[in-house]
Design a protein. Structure first.
Length: 67
């Protein structure tokens, strides 16, 4: 249910809000990769989760821009 709610939340946002969310998610992914490289990351599954969220955000942006 968590993913379904996340996608519904994305669909209710404007393209500008989605782009801002995309930037934030990419920053988070960078920070997670950096922590992983320095062995400070305890939850490595979070990297996969953020990558999938980025893909979801990009998909919704594409759907909105195509009409």
């Amino acid at each position: 249910m968590k993913t379904k709610n996340f996608v519904e939340d994305l669909r209710s946002k404007t393209i500008d809000e989605l782009n801002q969310e995309l930037v934030e998610a990419k920053k988070e992914l960078f920070n997670l990769r950096f922590q992983n490289a320095t062995n400070q990351l305890s939850n490595t599954a979070r990297i996969t989760e953020v990558r999938k969220n980025i893909a979801r955000i990009q998909t919704v942006i594409t759907q909105k821009s195509n009409g």
